[in-house]
Design a protein around this ligand. Structure first.
Ligand SMILES: Cc1cc2nc3c(=O)[nH]c(=O)nc-3n(C[C@H](O)[C@H](O)[C@H](O)COP(=O)(O)OP(=O)(O)OC[C@H]3O[C@@H](n4cnc5c(N)ncnc54)[C@H](O)[C@@H]3O)c2cc1C
Length: 380
């Protein structure tokens, strides 16, 4: 039984848990199916409330060249509403963030095994406190505890998640824009809302911007899934968006895409009574609110805190049950609010009217934004 904890998935949640556990002296195995650093479909908006916790874990936003985001500009049809964010956020590619966190985990002593696809997790024996056998594409590992952090990818032997809505398709591509447009985008994220989807554009490191959008599956079926067809569709939704995309120089040979996103899912007790479930495996918050990374960091920190209580008064199942309740309760509220916000933003006309009505009440939007955020404990 060489490992105290095996963490499946080296995204934000898995890497953060690996850093904390390793720093506390646990023998940690971090398993990741991708062979090397990779891009992910994400708006790359890192919300303010998780920045101190990420910094404590060793994320160095300055060294990575993360940009600052202080304002969101909401746009629908002809309406445009700039709103100051009640929390300062950063723009940073997931490639840079995730790579740095995995390196930090490695430096803290975790054994990082890349290019290893976990296929199955089985209890090592029938007794409740026995460890686990992890069958992978490479070899079989053993660990006393499992942290499940596979993001939106379900491990079939462990869990199948059901979102309220799984018909959204997400796309992302980095883009180079003329210097004048880059300086217009400085300090802000522009969000374009239209019937059946929304798109976000903001600066990341390296003189690039990140363009990420969500479309209903039926729209993708109708307009076609080719990049030119999708962009053509988007430019017809908003004139400002058209101006920006007309001068875009797309990076990479093709965009990234993800389908069947189970928005609204929140993990419920006690589907997996012996396993800590983290990040998107615990909850899939509608991405319009840009708080999935915060949730991933939050679950990692809380899971590690409850893991440390095993043995000091709590048995494993009790610690995991308490963790699930501690995280699940606030997440359910947060995800519900975010889900209704995303639903309200589903139509161009409703959003256009809504933005006009909200214009005189910026505090109301700030308040709504706060309710879609994870509340970190004060020590974070
Ligand atoms: C379109 C879109 C836009 C978003 N925009 C934002 C945003 O702007 N801001 C924000 O905060 N959040 C955003 N999110 C949400 C955010 O991306 C996620 O909440 C976050 O990535 C969750 O982190 P995680 O560690 O749980 O999962 P992930 O980051 O997905 O990591 C999971 C890891 O597990 C690995 N893995 C999966 N299966 C296996 C296996 N069987 N064996 C080994 N490894 C495995 C994967 O390769 C992956 O590296 C967005 C999401 C979408 C879909």
């Amino acid at each position: 039984m060489p490992y105290d904890v095996a963490i499946i998935g080296a995204g934000v949640a898995g890497a953060c848990a690996a850093i904390e556990l390793s720093r506390a002296g646990a023998a940690v195995l971090l398993l990741e199916k991708e062979r090397g650093p990779h891009h992910k479909v994400c708006g790359e908006f890192i919300s303010g409330e998780c920045l101190p916790a990420l910094a404590k874990l060793g994320a160095d936003f300055e060294a990575l060249g993360a940009t600052h985001i202080r304002q969101v500009v909401l746009q629908a049809g002809r309406a445009s509403l700039p709103v100051a964010l009640p929390f300062g956020a950063r723009g940073l590619s997931r490639l840079a963030l995730d790579t740095q966190l995995v390196n930090r985990a490695n430096n803290a002593g975790a054994h990082v095994a890349r290019g290893v696809l976990v296929k199955q997790v089985l209890p090592a024996a029938c007794e409740p406190n026995s460890g686990f056998v992890i069958e992978t594409s490479q070899q079989t590992y053993r660990a006393r505890q499992i942290f499940l952090a596979t993001g939106k990818h379900d491990l079939k032997s462990l869990q199948v998640r059901m979102g309220r809505e799984a018909n959204a398709v997400g796309f992302k591509r980095h883009v180079k824009l003329p210097a004048s447009v880059m300086s217009e985008l400085e300090g802000r994220i522009e969000l374009f809302i239209f019937s059946g989807g929304y798109a976000g554009l903001s600066l990341v490191e390296g003189g690039l911007a990140n363009f990420c959008f969500i479309l209903d599956r039926h729209i993708v079926k109708t307009v076609g899934s080719g990049w030119e067809q999708l962009i053509h569709y988007l430019t017809r939704q908003n004139t400002r968006l058209q101006d920006l995309l007309d001068v875009a120089k797309w990076q990479w040979h093709k965009p990234l895409a993800i389908a069947n996103i189970p928005y609204g899912f929140v993990y419920r007790n006690p589907a997996l009574p012996d396993i800590f479930v983290l990040g998107d495996q615990f909850s899939v918050i509608p991405s319009l609110t840009g708080d999935g990374i915060s949730q991933a960091v939050f679950t990692a920190r809380q899971a590690v805190a409850f893991y440390h209580q095993i043995g000091s008064g709590l048995d494993r199942r009790a610690a995991i049950r308490q963790y699930n309740e501690w995280v699940g309760q606030p997440f359910r509220k947060q995800v519900r609010t975010s889900y209704y916000v995303q639903q309200w933003f589903r139509s161009t006309t409703a959003t256009e009217w809504g933005l006009q009505l909200l214009k005189p009440f910026p505090k109301l939007i700030e308040c709504l934004a706060r309710h879609t955020r994870v509340r970190f404990p004060l020590e974070d």
